[in-house]
Design a binder for this molecule. Structure first.
Ligand SMILES: Nc1ncnc2c1ncn2[C@@H]1O[C@H](COP(=O)(O)OP(=O)(O)OP(=O)(O)O)[C@@H](O)[C@H]1O
Length: 441
């Protein structure tokens, strides 16, 4: 994805593919054919669902890991190791607890070979810029989360990098602190006080992307490809309550969930949608109760409403609702129409039913529409005693997920399958057993 105009290019990725090897030697494709250009004067947001490969792409661009295929260039030069023009801010702050604020900030300069006599001066300036004046001698444990992340920013900015890379920098902070810090960052950027020429931020938060970025690149999942590019022309500082802002959030939401046409041509050829499998259509990490709650809220609102409106009223962000919406639509209990969501007839029937009927309905929808649940039911039906160890499913899942994500997929399938009384799961010996109530056994 390339921006329009002729501003100097800082970082350029071409056809980047990254495949990890899992501990048991399997290939895990995470990125495929990603092209991206970061030019001077812009803030770019990389947006995608959890596991879509955003952090992996950022780390490839920062030179922290090498792509399996494709190239990354900094100012035209092929990267061969850490990108010299980039400084990073991490979600976890990544401060050294035994060093003071100033020492933590100076460490970046030391790592870049800045002479000792220059370090203190530059560190103090960066600390001042980021609003930590007076805390130079404090240790990280004495600081709040917001202040620790300010140290994270100071440590990145002190080296005056060409590009500032941020990986979910606000997601470990409480809502208010995060909003303050975002505002201050925008202030520094607009006032040209931040000594950087471009910013790349990884986020799964749509509103954060619209609030900060000039361009939003939306990554698809499994594997991650850039599926859309949006230019954000709203004046800064941006107001979440304006119609323009909400409209853009809605548009991005539609693209992220794959139900709106992207406004830009994807950088790589999109393939026709294959039949969903447990790997290509992962189960959203939500409970049956959560889904039922969303349907009830929708029905109370006349059966259909805008995602942004529902989120607003519940004082959630749209992103918080995404997994619930994904799950309800996967099962056919709701459908999305652009940025709106509507209950389907199946969803109404499920919500109105008594507990026994709702379990039976859920079982049917899950078996028909949730690939992993279907796989488990089918596999259990193929064995003589209708039982299987969890290892069988975990092994299958690990062809497409990390060990942690495979476990989380299985846990969701356990929850859904149990609710629908499709199968039982014995945690003591990790064994699935097909339920007999419906005559399967
Ligand atoms: N070093 C690694 N070895 C094996 N698998 C990895 C490695 N790093 C990441 N992965 C896997 O690659 C996939 C993408 O991970 P990545 O962290 O890039 O996604 P993300 O979009 O940033 O997700 P999130 O928003 O949850 O942080 C995940 O399945 C993750 O488990």
């Amino acid at each position: 994805m390339t921006p329009t105009g002729t501003r100097p290019v800082i970082v350029e990725a071409e056809d980047v593919t990254k495949t990890f090897t899992t501990p048991d030697g399997r290939a895990l494709p995470v990125l495929e054919g990603v092209g991206l250009t970061l030019v001077e004067g812009e803030i770019v947001a990389l947006l995608g669902k959890s596991g879509s490969g955003k952090s992996t792409l950022l780390r490839c661009l920062a030179g922290l890991i090498a792509p399996s295929q494709g190239t990354v260039r900094y100012r035209g030069e092929l990267l061969n190791g850490a990108n010299p023009g980039v400084a990073m801010v991490f979600q976890s702050f990544a401060l050294l607890p035994w060093l003071t604020v100033q020492q933590n900030v100076e460490l970046s300069l030391q790592a870049r070979g800045v002479p000792e006599e220059e370090r203190a001066d530059r560190a103090l300036k960066a600390i001042d810029l980021i609003g930590l004046d007076g805390f130079e001698g404090a240790y990280p444990k004495e600081l709040s989360g917001g202040m620790r992340q300010r140290v994270g920013f100071a440590r990145a900015l002190v080296v005056e990098p060409d590009a500032l890379f941020m990986d979910e920098p606000f997601s470990a902070l409480d809502v208010l602190t995060a909003e303050n810090l975002r505002g201050e960052l925008v202030g520094l950027w607009v006032g040209r006080e931040a000594p950087v020429k471009a910013i790349l931020i990884v986020t799964h938060n749509i509103e954060e992307a619209v609030l900060l970025a000039d361009r939003i690149l939306v990554l698809s999942s499994n594997p991650g490809r850039i599926k859309a590019e949006l230019h954000v022309d709203l004046a800064r500082p941006r107001d979440r309550q304006t119609a323009g802002f909400e409209e853009l959030v809605d548009t991005v939401y539609g693209i992220l969930t794959g139900r709106d046409e992207p406004p830009a041509t994807p950088s790589t050829s999109e393939r026709p949608a294959p039949t969903p499998t447990p790997v290509t259509a992962p189960l959203p990490d939500v409970s049956v109760g959560g889904m039922a709650g969303l349907l009830e809220i929708l029905i109370a609102r006349g059966g259909e409403d805008g995602l942004a409106e529902i989120a607003d009223e519940l004082t959630f962000e749209v992103d918080d609702l995404l997994p619930l919406v994904d799950a309800a639509t996967m099962l056919g209990l709701a459908r999305t129409i652009g940025p709106r969501i509507a209950v389907t007839d199946a969803g109404r029937e499920f919500t109105a039913a008594d507990i026994l009927t709702s379990k039976q309905l859920f079982a049917r929808y899950a078996e028909e529409n949730a690939p992993l649940v279907r796989t488990i039911v089918t596999a259990l039906g193929r064995t003589d005693d209708h039982t299987l160890r969890e290892g069988f499913f975990l092994d299958l899942l690990r062809r497409g997920f990390s060990a942690e994500d495979a476990r989380s997929q299985l846990e969701t399938a356990i929850d859904w399958g149990r609710y629908g009384e499709l199968y039982e799961y014995d945690r003591d010996d990790g064994r699935f057993t097909l339920e007999t109530a419906d005559g399967r056994n």
